[in-house]
Design a protein. Structure first.
Length: 313
């Protein structure tokens, strides 16, 4: 019979390869099981001419959302002109929508020297290093303000570019072309419950993503024998911490076995363990599985509802 394994997580095949090899090198038994993962995202939204939507949702909780878009559209019309350069349009629009941005360093300006490298790489570690290097002279409070402002601006620009495309504005040669009507078309996603969505007569769509993932399981007993090596591995692969915790709990249970102990009493006494400031809660089934694995590894002996440590020479 096999030992109970600890589930580490679900990964893309290419993501798991390096970790699996590292575990095998340290003598850790692993199991990899492929499966199809189905993710369904439910989205509620409103769409239509802003004038009609304003009339339809007047006095409802969506009135604020539509009023916000009226402000966006007024700002867009104020800034937009045929043939305006995209960067000029974005900067003027953001200045109008977020006047406070002048008080916060612009992340795009801070990382402009590394932008070419960022665009050419898919290595998130490299991107992270470029960003951190650009912000290293700033204190934590300023850094947080920079990221909050950047996130807000990028989210707004993303929504506005979708709005422009829906309303026939084209983008060619780094310039915007077209004309915005007096009563433009908008489409806005609304975060709400299914019940409220029905009451508000919101539209609905589902985005379904199906992909092949692999589940990684490890034999936690092997962690007990290679604890120092595993501690190093968890620094590189924090996903392994769960298995390390289970192996630590197994070690705690081993230390609590003195002589021959009634298994039922032992389980009852160890369903709640306090280690320093840490609290560990175990179900009866979990303790039985750990004890079963310890028995298979010939660390303990179970006989007639009694458990004891096996004598070592």
């Amino acid at each position: 019979m096999k030992n109970m394994k600890v589930y580490i997580g679900s990964f893309l095949e290419e993501e798991i390869e390096e970790m699996a090899q590292a575990l095998r090198r340290e003598g850790i038994r692993i199991e990899i099981k492929p499966h199809l993962s189905v993710d369904i995202e439910s989205i509620h939204y409103i769409e239509g001419k802003i004038g009609e939507l304003k009339e339809k949702y007047n006095g409802t909780e969506l009135e604020y959302v539509i009023n916000k878009w009226e402000e966006y559209i007024d700002a867009i019309k104020n800034v937009f002109e045929e043939g305006i350069k995209l960067k000029e349009f974005e900067n003027k629009l953001l200045d109008k929508l977020f006047p406070e941005r002048k008080e916060v360093p612009d992340l795009r300006e801070l990382i402009k020297d590394g932008m070419k490298e960022i665009k050419e790489t898919e290595d998130w570690n490299k991107i992270d290093k470029i960003v951190k290097d650009a912000l290293k002279e700033m204190d934590r409070d300023t850094t947080e303000k920079v990221f909050r402002q950047f996130e807000k601006e990028m989210e707004t620009l993303s929504e506005i570019m979708i709005f422009l495309r829906m309303n026939g504005i084209s983008f060619e040669d780094e310039k915007l072309h077209g004309e915005i009507s007096e009563n433009p078309y908008i489409k806005i996603e609304i975060a709400t419950s299914p019940e409220d969505a029905e009451e508000l007569d919101l539209k609905y769509k589902a985005i379904v993503r199906i992909e092949k993932l692999v589940d990684l399981y490890v034999n936690f007993m092997d962690f007990i024998y290679e604890i120092e090596k595993i501690e190093e591995l968890t620094k590189k692969y924090p996903e392994l911490v769960d298995a390390m915790v289970v192996s630590d709990v197994a070690g705690i249970l081993i230390d609590k076995i003195e002589g021959k102990v009634d298994i039922n009493d032992f389980i009852e006494e160890n369903r709640f363990i306090k280690e320093g400031e840490n609290e560990i809660m175990l179900t009866e089934d979990a303790i039985r599985e750990i004890l079963s694995s310890l028995e298979k590894e010939e660390i303990i002996k179970v006989k007639k509802d009694k458990i004891s440590l096996r004598k070592t020479e």
